[in-house]
Design a protein around this ligand. Structure first.
Ligand code: ATP
Ligand code: MG
Ligand code: MG
Ligand code: MG
Length: 574
């Protein structure tokens, strides 16, 4: 490849709304450009990186026996009504009508579509097991898209779905996928950790998330560093497994909710991913500063009906939630009417109560909020709400807690969720009547697994792990080009041009993905561009070196350049 025939569009400064380093660098290096909130174009340089991730994922999925297909982004509402998710999914699901007023969604995930395919195509146990996957664009109307492609609204996912005759066979495939994911993230050159994750309403122990370790990660992971322990879980799960003394009555939920400036029912419902009609009232709001020190609002809300608490999905910005005891709820609520302190800060959280099982008379404290914005009146932060307090005050599981495996104390670190595998069991297959005829000719519901990888998120996550003051440092497997050839005077020196062209040909012949920077730019600005873009190897072709038959080599992480015999360069780079 020649730079003059490619497209390089670097920026000196990142736009000010780019909060984290990977987002800044992806913009500066010209990998992506923003079209709308959470919606990005991949420029040619970025697309090369995305494709490299995609190809590694594809190779390993194929190696593991999964079969690639491609499903539509647009899905009819009927399938979602059949699975029940038309009701349950909440505002992250983008719904629209076609010209005939028929309802559709843009797929945030494809369980319904693949289950529909399986129930139509697979009739007999002889056709099972099967694992289908695709690498496809998803849309989720994230409440707070941010960090560039890391939490986009439109993003690229690898999603796989496996179908089985028995739970045992699903477990076999699940273990194989666990190993496959481990291989994929290792090949991508990422530092990662697999953690046990909550299976929510499905129950059981069949879910793991794969996290790239990074301080900017939106997720918290609890793990035990003891040499003989392999305990690692996301904090939601770690909390669910916390000792009974700190757990509680399941019908009441006490949660901290970081709802910056958002106090209306609709907003809180959106944050909780709940259908609005289920949320009866936002009763009271207390200003607080939680969630890594950011100012936020914590509110008391009343929910209607019979929720499975596990189905209330909190987005990461909400912080964690846990079940509260009756006693805690009473004490918390006792503090709130009219808001006259002192408040036990641990309860200045959102409290969701199942109306039909409430242990307290809600009318006792509904008066506590002013009607209009539902804010409490006369609350003086600092006077009524004592300081200081710690984020950890609001968690059941904190660093230093005993590890559930009894092998040491827990530590907490942050991660970026790049993969998630899940034993769905018969959740979708039962709802969509996806059956096969078993060996005795009887219809039987299929067992199902699902396996996701955030292909586009990985690019951001890799940059969070690999960067310095000059720019991106890509793992070799992800870099848009493996090598850049930078000639000193390509347009001035016959010798330089001939040597640079020859090297480009030799590298191509050796199967090395190289780019020759034949732009008419100053050396300093070419070096700066390639350091910013994060190409791992740089070869400088200069007249002086050529006289001795030598080229200058520098690795992206190297402090010093070194001279190499020109003929040795292709072998050196292999
Ligand atoms: P998160 O907890 O970050 O919202 P999720 O648990 O909702 O992710 P899954 O439904 O498990 O996501 O989807 C599979 C994978 O898709 C995730 O592990 C993640 O890598 C990726 N992904 C999910 N949401 C986004 C997004 N908004 N932008 C980019 N990638 C995403
Ligand atoms: Mg999500
Ligand atoms: Mg998640
Ligand atoms: Mg997930």
């Amino acid at each position: 490849m020649r730079a003059s025939q490619f497209f390089i569009s670097t920026l000196k400064e990142a736009p000010s709304d780019a909060e984290i380093v990977s987002h800044q660098l992806m913009l500066r290096a010209g990998l992506i450009r923003r079209l709308a909130g959470g919606i990005y174009s991949w420029l040619p340089m970025g697309l090369r990186v995305l494709r490299k991730v995609e190809n590694i994922v594809r190779e390993e999925m194929n190696r593991a026996g999964a079969i690639e297909l491609l499903m539509p982004a647009v899905q009819p509402a009927e399938l979602w009504q059949e699975s029940g998710r038309w009701e349950q999914y909440g505002p992250e699901l983008l719904r629209f009508k076609d010209r005939h007023q028929r309802d559709f969604v843009i797929g945030p995930t494809h369980e319904e579509v693949i289950t529909d395919i399986a129930r139509r195509e697979i009739k007999s146990y002889r056709q099972l097991p099967r694992h289908f996957y695709q690498i496809q664009t998803k849309f989720r109307d994230e409440i707070r898209p941010r960090f560039g492609v890391m939490r986009g609204r439109e993003f690229l996912m690898k999603d796989g779905y496996s179908f089985h005759t028995s739970f045992a066979d699903l477990q076999r495939e699940y273990a194989s996928m666990h190993a496959t994911y481990t291989r994929i993230f290792s090949r991508l050159g990422l530092q990662f950790r697999a953690v046990a994750a909550d299976t929510g309403s499905i129950g059981g122990s069949g879910s793991h998330e794969f996290h790239v370790l990074a301080d900017s990660g939106e997720d918290a992971i609890a793990y035990c560093p003891a040499a003989d322990s392999d305990y690692a879980a996301n904090v939601e799960l770690a909390e669910a497994l916390a000792p009974a003394a700190t757990r509680a009555a399941p019908e009441l939920m006490l949660a901290n909710v970081h709802t910056p400036g958002k106090t209306r029912c609709e907003d809180v419902a959106a944050l909780l991913d709940l259908p609005v009609q289920r949320m009866v009232k936002t009763i009271a709001v207390v200003r607080n500063e939680l969630e890594v020190g950011a100012p936020g609002w914590f509110c008391l809300i009343l929910l209607r009906g019979d929720h499975d608490l596990n189905e209330i999905k909190t987005q990461k910005l909400l912080g964690d939630f846990r079940f509260a005891s009756d006693e805690e709820i009473k004490r918390a609520i006792g503090c709130l009417p009219g808001y006259i302190g002192p408040v036990d800060l641990r309860f200045a959280h959102m409290i969701a109560v199942y109306a039909d099982r409430a242990v307290i008379n809600m009318s006792d404290f509904v008066c506590g909020a002013n009607a209009e914005g539902y804010h409490l009146t006369g609350v003086n932060f600092g006077r009524d709400v004592p300081e200081p307090y710690q984020v950890d005050d609001f968690r059941n599981v904190v660093a230093g807690d005993p590890s559930p495996d009894g092998k040491g104390l827990l530590e907490i670190c942050r991660g970026i969720e790049v993969g998630h595998i899940f034993q769905l069991r018969t959740k979708y297959a039962a709802a969509l009547k996806c059956t096969f005829l078993n060996e005795s000719g009887q219809p039987q519901t299929m067992e199902m697994g699902c396996y996701g990888i955030g292909v586009s998120r990985i690019v951001g996550a890799a940059i969070e792990q690999g960067n310095d003051e000059r720019g991106i440092i890509f793992p070799a497997a992800l870099a848009p080009f493996e090598v850049v050839i930078v000639p000193m005077g390509y347009h001035k020196s016959e010798a330089v041009r001939a040597a640079a062209d020859r090297l480009l040909g030799d590298l191509a012949a050796a199967g090395i993905d190289a780019i020759l920077d034949d732009r008419d730019e100053r050396p300093g600005s070419m070096f700066a561009d390639w350091d910013l873009i994060g190409v791992p190897h740089r070869v400088v072709v200069g007249e002086r070196g050529l006289k001795e038959g030598r080229l200058e080599y520098k690795g992206r992480r190297d402090a010093e350049a070194q001279m190499l015999a020109a003929a040795e360069v292709p072998a050196f780079l292999q």
